[in-house]
Design a protein around this ligand. Structure first.
Ligand SMILES: Nc1ncnc2c1ncn2[C@@H]1O[C@H](COP(=O)(O)OP(=O)(O)OP(=O)(O)O)[C@@H](O)[C@H]1O
Ligand SMILES: [Zn+2]
Length: 479
């Protein structure tokens, strides 16, 4: 089995992946809080860790993967209140929508998809143990907090220093915590909120404890890789380490892997900031493989600036691959298996080496595009034998490892025709608005902006011109 290197967030070094149990990689990836449709930022860890898992399987590992759903949280409760339904209806709805989107994107389900509220008994037991071990305390109102100062090396994952955090912390007059940087393990409910029984008060788990408990329950005290977006390093993963050390004396995972953020004009794309581009809309406009190439064409730890143009370029690249695969299959509808020759071996080796080097997908993709060029050349020159080899590499070896090119390219369906027309329509309105602005007829220009905004189309004036985004279209359509 070839050696795989990954960048471990804890040591900040590229280290060889040496699983605790040889041959098996146990991986836990933090999943979404389910109160809305997922956006293209949430899709990044889904795509990256799914592809990483496929790659590990390709080189011979067994992989056990867990991805949780946070199904109770203030934001879920607030949405439920707004819509006049209970929290569970909101959570169930967006878990169903999550699976719809994962399927659309060709992201395989994890082995386990635990939900927080299915583990409340275990969470209560864990909180009790943390208190018993001297790391937790009960506040006057029944909240339970983790006492950060009990851990000498708190902050080691994020590089944050408890004294600096303390200096920057906002201290409430009604402070229940003994130290402003303590974090909540169990929180009491406000009137009307859903509750679970506990020895301290009727309430619900804090956010961080769920992942410590579910990962321990499903993967053991210590597993191999803990993953998620880098926005979770602090406080979520830092606090998970603190909790696991308080519970077992060990950190939860041997390695930490974090994907970089999808950025929109300097901010992280996030449901709570409302600057999202829904994954479903992205797949509709750019195709599943266009979106996946967009997410995999940069190294997983680098940020990606959200850009229509970049998505468009990747969508076109995906179409070029589909066109070549289709052309080959028109001649050979049921292509069989070619004999592996030195050229194929060499390309597989380059591909594998790239992914073994901290999962370098941009380099791996360049091998796919080399194979694409050779496929087209071979078809042009009538070398069908070599064309089959290149087809085989793209369609059956490289594609499945990255989770791309496994379905037919999207046909020009009615919906994509609608979306093309919509794009033309919006761009024409933007042009008209710019004409008005040039003529200093700002009232009319604003009217266009407002009408678009009411239809869920948000305009952004950038140095490269006016761009638009369709915001939360599904919700707008209900109202
Ligand atoms: N902009 C982003 N780029 C890359 N990954 C992201 C981005 N936003 C969230 N993630 C990742 O998506 C997963 C689900 O996160 P979560 O549901 O907290 O998303 P969110 O949009 O940030 O929501 P919220 O606004 O509620 O914090 C996590 O692994 C998180 O790190
Ligand atoms: Zn988590």
């Amino acid at each position: 089995m070839s050696k795989v290197y990954i960048t471990d967030t804890l040591t900040k070094e590229k280290v060889p992946l040496e699983p605790i149990e040889p041959g098996i990689v146990k991986m836990y990836v933090c999943g979404p809080t389910v109160y809305n449709y997922i956006h293209i930022g949430n899709a990044r860890p889904m795509v990256v860790f799914d592809a990483f898992r496929r790659f590990l399987e390709f080189i011979g590992y067994k992989v056990v993967m867990v991805q949780n759903f946070t199904d109770i949280d203030d934001k879920i409760i607030n949405e439920a209140k707004e819509w006049g339904v209970d929290w569970k209806t909101v959570a169930d709805t967006f878990i169903a929508e999550y699976f719809h989107d994962a399927h659309l994107l060709g992201v395989r389900a994890a082995n386990f998809h635990p939900r927080t509220t299915d583990f409340v008994d275990d969470i209560v037991n864990a909180v009790q143990k943390i208190i018993k071990n001297g790391y937790g305390y009960v506040a006057a109102n029944g909240d339970v907090y983790f006492s950060v100062r009990k851990l000498a090396d708190y902050g080691k994952l994020s590089g944050k220093n408890p004294d600096d955090l303390r200096a920057g912390a906002r201290v409430d007059v009604n402070e229940l915590k003994r130290d402003p940087i303590d974090f909540v393990l169990w929180k009491s409910a406000k009137p009307g909120e859903p509750t679970w029984q506990s020895p301290w008060c009727a309430g619900r788990p804090g956010w961080h404890i769920e992942c410590s408990v579910m990962s321990q329950k499903l993967l053991g005290d210590m597993f191999d890789i803990h993953g998620g977006g880098e926005d979770l390093i602090f406080p979520h993963h830092e606090d998970e380490i603190a909790q696991s050390e308080a519970l077992t004396g060990k950190p939860p995972a041997k390695y930490w892997m974090h994907n970089g953020m999808i950025i929109v004009r300097g901010d992280k794309m996030s449901k709570s900031l409302g600057n999202t581009f829904l994954l479903r809309e992205a797949v509709r406009r750019y195709g599943k493989d266009g979106v996946k190439l967009f997410l995999l064409s940069k190294h997983y730890r680098s940020p990606i600036e959200f850009s229509d143009d970049l998505l468009d370029d990747n969508s076109k690249a995906a179409l070029r691959v589909h066109a070549a695969l289709n052309r080959f299959r028109e001649k050979y509808p049921y292509p069989l298996v070619p004999k592996e020759d030195e050229e194929m071996k060499g390309m597989i080796q380059r591909f594998t080496e790239a992914l073994s080097d901290d999962f370098n997908t941009p380099v791996a993709l360049s091998v796919i595009f080399d194979a694409l060029r050779e496929l087209n050349k071979s078809m042009d020159s009538g070398n069908d034998e070599r064309a089959l080899k290149m087809y085989h590499l793209i369609k059956r070896v490289f594609g499945p490892i990255l989770g791309i090119f496994d379905t037919e390219s999207p046909k020009k369906s009615e919906s994509s025709a609608v979306s093309t027309n919509l794009d033309v329509l919006i761009k024409s309105l933007i042009e008209v608005r710019n004409e008005f602005r040039k003529a200093k007829q700002f009232e009319l220009a604003d009217k266009i902006r407002n009408v678009l905004s009411e239809s869920g189309v948000k305009l952004f004036d950038t140095p490269e011109g006016t761009k638009y985004e369709i915001i939360e279209q599904e919700r707008k359509m209900e109202g």
